[in-house]
Design a protein around this ligand. Structure first.
Ligand SMILES: CSC[C@H]1O[C@H](OP(=O)(O)O)[C@H](O)[C@@H]1O
Ligand SMILES: Nc1ncnc2[nH]cnc12
Length: 293
C-alpha cells in the first residue's frame, strides 16, 4: 500500500481551501518554470493535501498562460497521487443547470496555444488518454458531492476551448448538437493529459455557472452572472474537497485503472538515444521509469 496525497487544483473562484492542519504556503521549483502560485500544504483527517490555485491568487494567469507543465510537475514533486480539478464551466444541457456539478469523464481538446507534453525531442513518449480521468477518483468526487447535498451528474464530456473569449453562438450550437459535448471550459486540457503523463490519477469536477450561448432563454454568457454563481459554487466545492480524505483514506492501493503506471511501456526513445538534459528535466514526472528517482 502507498500513501494517498490529494492534490486540488482550484479554478476560477477557488483560490484557497480552509481547514487544513499545519497549513502553509510552500514555493516549489520545477524544470518547467514557476507554477501558478505557491502551493498550500497541510493535512485533513490525517491525509496530506496539496492545493494550487490554477490562475494564482488574485487570478493572474489566463487560461492560455496557466503554466500547466510546472503545475503538474510541482504536484508530482510534492508526492501527489490523486489530483482533483474544480472548474467553472458552461453547460450544453438543460438538465445540467447553473449550480450543479458534473463529474467529467471525457474531453474534446480544442486548445491550440499551449505546451501539451512533458516529452519531446530527446525523450519521446506516447501515453493513452482514451479514458483521461480516473474512475476511482471520480467516484469519490461524486460521492463527496452527494454527501455535500449538491446536484451532481455522473459523467460528461468537457469541451476545452482556447479562450479567453467565450464561444460564438454557432460554435456553442455545434459543440452541443453535433459534437455531443456536455460542458465547456478553458483549462482542463492539457492539464488532464499532463497528469496522465505524470502518472497521477485525475478527476474533474465541473461547477456549472451558465448555459454558454446556445440556450434560447439565456442569451449569451455574461461574466457578472458567472461570478455571482461562482461564489455559491466555490463554497460547495470546498465542502466537497473536505470530504475527500474520509472517502479516499490514507492508504492507497494501486490504481485499478492503471493511471499510476501510464508510462510503463510509453517511452519510445531507446535508452542510448535519450538526451541527458531532457531526461534530467523529467526527474519528477518520469523518474519511476527513467530510473532517476
Ligand atoms: C470565470 S469564467 C472563465 C474561466 O473560468 C474557467 O476557469 P477554471 O477552469 O480554471 O475554473 C474557464 O475555464 C475560464 O478559464
Ligand atoms: N461558457 C463558458 N465557456 C467557457 N468557459 C467557461 N467557464 C465558465 N463558463 C464558461
Amino acid at each position: 500500500m502507498d500513501k494517498t496525497v490529494i492534490g486540488i487544483i482550484g479554478g476560477s473562484g477557488v483560490y484557497q481551501i480552509e481547514g487544513l492542519e499545519d497549513a502553509r504556503w510552500v514555493e516549489v521549483e520545477t524544470p518547467w518554470g514557476e507554477p501558478s502560485d505557491k502551493v498550500l500544504t497541510g493535512t485533513l483527517d490525517g491525509v496530506p493535501m496539496v492545493f494550487l490555485p490554477r490562475h494564482g491568487r488574485g487570478h493572474v494567469h489566463s487560461p492560455t498562460t496557466v503554466p500547466y507543465r510546472a503545475n503538474i510537475d510541482a504536484m508530482k514533486r510534492m508526492g501527489v497521487t490523486d489530483i482533483v480539478s474544480v472548474s467553472a464551466c458552461g453547460s450544453f444541457r438543460e438538465e445540467m443547470a447553473p449550480g450543479d456539478f458534473v463529474i467529467v469523464d471525457q474531453f474534446i481538446d480544442r486548445t491550440f496555444a499551449r505546451e501539451k507534453s512533458f516529452f519531446g525531442t530527446g525523450c519521446v513518449a506516447h501515453v493513452s488518454v482514451a479514458h483521461p480521468t480516473c474512475p476511482r477518483l471520480g467516484k469519490a468526487c461524486f460521492d463527496a458531492a452527494k454527501v455535500q447535498g449538491v446536484t451532481v451528474h455522473d459523467g460528461g464530456t468537457y469541451l476545452a476551448m482556447e479562450g479567453p473569449q467565450f464561444s460564438a453562438a454557432a460554435e456553442s450550437k455545434m459543440y452541443r448538437e453535433s459534437w455531443g459535448a456536455d460542458v465547456i471550459g478553458m483549462t482542463n486540457m492539457p492539464e488532464a493529459k499532463l497528469a496522465r503523463e505524470a502518472e497521477i490519477c485525475y478527476a474533474s469536477v465541473a461547477m456549472i455557472t451558465d448555459y454558454d450561448s446556445w440556450h434560447p432563454d439565456h442569451g449569451s454568457v455574461d461574466i457578472s452572472d458567472i461570478i455571482a454563481t461562482l461564489g455559491a459554487n466555490a463554497d460547495a466545492a470546498r465542502g466537497l474537497v473536505a470530504r475527500l480524505p474520509g472517502l479516499l483514506g490514507g492508504a492507497r492501493a494501486p490504481c485499478p485503472h492503471g493511471c499510476d503506471r501510464a508510462l510503463e511501456y510509453a517511452i519510445m526513445t531507446a535508452p542510448d538515444h535519450r538526451h541527458p538534459d531532457v531526461v534530467a528535466r523529467l526527474d519528477a514526472v518520469a523518474g519511476r521509469v527513467l530510473g532517476s528517482t
